[in-house]
Design a protein around this ligand. Structure first.
Ligand SMILES: [Zn+2]
Ligand SMILES: [Zn+2]
Length: 135
């Protein structure tokens, strides 16, 4: 860890506490309690949180993952999740989206396929039940 530098400013969260670092990502002043050292740089807690693991990926992938999860019992949502995940993978390929998101996209795609299978299975079951009930 580098030695704390004196910025001559105060922490916005803790009034009166001198800030010794600036968040590498959002540029806000940080005191000792507010600073998080990660990847060779200082970050505020909010920015450090955003860098954690899979969620360094894009919001597109996260939406696709949630849709896929919900879509486990509903085929149309699973199809939507698959489209979102594929869109994001295409954006990652062309460099317009965060690289870390591809893992989440693949998880979303996997969940989508499972959701589609369960959805088709349920529709078939319902179709059979409906067919049995009506003449
Ligand atoms: Zn920050
Ligand atoms: Zn502070």
């Amino acid at each position: 860890m580098p030695e704390p530098a004196d910025t001559g400013r105060f922490c916005p969260v803790h009034p009166g506490v001198p800030a010794f670092e600036v968040c590498t990502r959002c540029g806000r002043f940080l005191c000792g309690d507010c600073s998080v050292f990660r990847e060779q740089a200082w970050y505020c807690p909010a920015c450090a949180q955003r860098m954690v693991g899979l969620f360094a990926g894009s919001w597109f992938a996260i939406v696709a993952g949630i849709s896929a999860f919900v879509g486990l019992g509903c085929a149309p949502l699973a199809a939507l999740a698959a489209v979102l995940a594929l869109c994001d993978l295409a954006m990652i390929a062309s460099g317009r989206s965060a690289k870390g998101g591809w893992k989440l996209d693949l998880i979303a795609l996997g969940l989508s396929v499972v959701g589609l299978v369960i959805g088709v299975f349920l529709i078939q079951r319902l179709g059979m039940l409906g067919g049995a009930a009506s003449p």
